[in-house]
Structure formats: structure tokens, C-alpha cells
Write a protein that binds this ligand. Sequence first.
Ligand SMILES: NC(=O)c1ccc[n+]([C@@H]2O[C@H](COP(=O)([O-])OP(=O)(O)OC[C@H]3O[C@@H](n4cnc5c(N)ncnc54)[C@H](OP(=O)(O)O)[C@@H]3O)[C@@H](O)[C@H]2O)c1
Length: 304
Amino acid sequence: MEYFTPNDTDLKASRIAQGCMRIAGLSDSDIDRLVKTDLDCGINFFDHADIYSHGLCEEKFGGVLKREPSLRDKMIVQTKCGIIIGKRYDFRPEYIRACVEGSLKRLGVEQIDVLLLHRPDALCEPQEVAKVFDELKTSGKVRYFGVSNHNSFQIELLQKYCSEKLIFNQLQFGPAHTPMIDAGIHVNMKDKWGVVRDGMTLDYCRLHNITIQNWSPFRAGLTSYLGNPRYGKLNRAIKALCAKYGISNSAIVLAWILRHPAKMQPIIGSTDCERIKKMCAGADTVISHEEWYDVYRAAGNKIP
Ligand SMILES: NC(=O)c1ccc[n+]([C@@H]2O[C@H](COP(=O)([O-])OP(=O)(O)OC[C@H]3O[C@@H](n4cnc5c(N)ncnc54)[C@H](OP(=O)(O)O)[C@@H]3O)[C@@H](O)[C@H]2O)c1
């Protein structure tokens, strides 16, 4: 497992992170096994959100730490706030404060290592966000801050007021979901790939040393494209690389993501320990320049 230091922090983060959105239905022993498998594989970064199963995911994870408190020092715990499901987004200080208190309690930790604003609030007052970030930092409740699903100017605006550096932007990215790079390949074209959907956030984040964490690397829509006949061409291209490199299909996908020079941090949502072991065993494989484009095109993308 490769480790990296996000911008000006003292974090040593694993290149692959475990997403905890799907852990609510696991038994205590299954979650214990999942977290231990992650740590054994070198994954020390765990991504949460207050809304995952209405807080149950954080609570279940907190159970792992209650049963084995020594694990806390081995991990970086990140959570997200700001979404009120199906209704609105809320970055007002009182709401962010309440979210942090709730997450601290459910996770059973004294400090959240990284707090992300989950999705942009149209009514966001950046000065107010800056104040509450300072307060959370000073009180020791949160160490570092970032955003999720934000475009470049939204980050720029927040950063103008925040003394705390925004270190992450979490966005969906994987071979079957590439708008972040499509527009950069189709500059000034009238085709559908040329549409800039994200304010060129990938280039912005690279320029400002903000690590992109990519969510749902194996998903297209709500389900996985891996093994899905609707994505036959993509699966065949991935399978050919599995045979060449002798690693699993999900490991090939991670290798494809990590081949991009932005050096993203994929957040895997699998709770299948055997699958995770295979992903981590193969993810440091370096595929070639040509192979990266072969997979990109096999996903249905055109090259102008
Ligand atoms: N910021 C945001 O807005 C946002 C949004 C969504 C998610 N997230 C974060 O991203 C994390 C990952 O999200 P996710 O779970 O949707 O994404 P994912 O890692 O792409 O997983 C999606 C599904 O792919 C399946 N899968 C993986 N490898 C496979 C294979 N080789 N064959 C068949 N199926 C395979 C997994 O099934 P198994 O469980 O059976 O392995 C899982 O159910 C979440 O836990 C959360 O932390 C963030």
C-alpha cells in the first residue's frame, strides 16, 4: 500500500480508503473483520457521513472502536456533513456544529480527523463556514477540512475566507464515470464529452494540491458495472488486463484510477473482505499509457 501526505498536514494516508456507507447491515463480528482486514491490507483511512443509514454506519463503526479502542490510533477517520436528505443542504454554523457533535458521539471519538462539506449549499455564506471551521479546529474537535462534490470556483470562494486549507474534494470517478476528464480531452468541441460539468475541478485541485478522493469507483448509476453485461466492452477490456497482470478486475480498475497523474484516493465501498484483499494486492500495478486509453475508450468514450 502506498501512503501520501495531503497538503501541509501530518497525515499519512493510505492511497486506498475504505468507504463506510454500506456497513449498517453488517453484524458486529463482520464489521470487526472488515476493519481488521482493511488495516492488515494497509488501509488506514475510513470515510463516513452523518447521513449514511441515518447515522447507523457511524454508530456501528464506533462499536468497533469501543470493542477495541487501540485501533483508533491506527486510523484516519473522516466524516461529512451538510446534507439533509431529499430536502436541502445546510452549511450554517449551527447545523455544522450539531453534525460534528452527532458524529463525534456516534463514532465514539474525541476528534474527527477530516471533516468534509458533503454537497454544495446554494445558500452557503463562506465567512460563516470559515468561522465555524476555526472554532472546530481550536476546540480540537476537527483536525482538517475539505469538501465533496464541489467545483473549482466553489472551492476558491470558500478558501478565500477559510484560514484552514481545504485538503480534499470528494467526487465520483471511475472508468464508467469520467466527466472530470472528458471535457479536458474534448476542449472546444461541440460533442457531449466537451461539456464542462464540474468547472474543471480536476485541474483546479491539481494546481492547488487538493487531493481528489473518488467515490464509487466501481459504480455506474446505482449498481456496479463490473460483470454487468450492459458494460460488456468495458468488462472485456478489464478482463484482458486481469489476464495480463494476474490481478482481479477491481484491482485493475484501481490501477486505472491510480495511473492518472492527479494521484487520487479511491474510496472503495465493498464490505467483502476477500474482494478487498485482492484489490489491495493488485492496485499498485502500473498499467501502460496505451492500456489506460484502451479502458477509457472501452467505456464508450470517444477520442476527438
Ligand atoms: N461524497 C459522496 O457524495 C459519496 C457518494 C457515494 C459514496 N461515497 C463514498 O464512497 C464509498 C464507495 O461508494 P460505493 O460503495 O457506492 O462504491 P464502490 O466501491 O464503487 O462499490 C459499489 C459496488 O461495487 C461492487 N463491487 C466491487 N467490486 C466488484 C466486483 N469485482 N464485481 C462485482 N461487484 C463489485 C461492491 O459490491 P460488494 O460490496 O459485494 O463488494 C459494491 O456494492 C462509500 O462507502 C462512501 O464512503 C461518497
